[in-house]
Design a protein around this ligand. Sequence first.
Ligand SMILES: [Fe+2]
Ligand SMILES: [Fe+2]
Length: 334
Amino acid sequence: MYTQAMSVGPQDAAAAENTELMATFDARIDAGEFIEAKDWMPEHYRKTLVRQISQHAHSEIVGMLPEGNWITRAPTLKRKAILLAKVQDEAGHGLYLYSAAETLGTSRDQMLAALHSGKAKYSSIFNYPTTSWADVGVIGWLVDGAAIMNQVPLCRCSYAPYARAMVRVCREESFHQRQGYESLLTLMREGTAAQKAMVQDAVDRWWWPSLMMFGPPDDASPNSEQSIRWGIKRITNDQLRQKFVDATVPQAEILGVTLPDPLLKWNAGRESYDFGPIDWNEFWRVVNGEGPLNRERLGTRVKAWNDGAWVRDAALAHARKQAAKKEAAKKEAA
Ligand SMILES: [Fe+2]
Ligand SMILES: [Fe+2]
């Protein structure tokens, strides 16, 4: 007869240790504790976070492109300064987030290679064109507004380096949303009929893609449940989308624009707005690379990376020279 001891090989011992580690990890998550980079975590948790944080970082970096197009064409010095600051903030968000993802053991080079090869995703909203100045205001109002809805719960994400990065990012997003809304208010209150029409046209084009930013509906979002279980995600896609609609409709009224949805209506029973169906075919088309500007956005990123090669080479050469000098000085002193 086999005894228990005879069947415990090194593999079983490792599995037993793993089960114990897993139980401790689950208990910490249940207690609402934060997980730090040095702590043990299941591989699936690590992979989920690397995917989510790197996608988030890529979105910040690619997100600079649609608005960056308008920096040289901003109508006043004040608007130019605000837009420059905003686009620079997005670069900063990208860098924080790459750093947070690096704490999970993936290098920045690996993440950027995945972006440049088209393997990694970023938020599909940035594959739409910015055809007028009003788009810059509407992106601040709706796109940064949706980003805030998504990101505020991430300040309590169970992975501490991500949560910490999000606290600062959210403060800056709030400025982005306000500057966009204020710019639209100015156009709607002081602008010509043509400028008001330009705002309405931008709202018509960005409304539905903004609602898609919350991701597929809950019943088509298979990873959501696990992410909520692990405290990575706190609120579901559909709940966040509803919160966004409820917050945005009154803002549209103050602005004096119409949201392009004939089914949008206050539901007194739910104390929320009902809204029309989202075109999920369009969503998946853009996610899968067939949006209006997917190729152009990626092409611009790759070109920027290639054009910047000399800066990276020079920085590395300088670092090597400094290290060699230090080494030589140490030898001389010895
Ligand atoms: Fe951002
Ligand atoms: Fe932003």
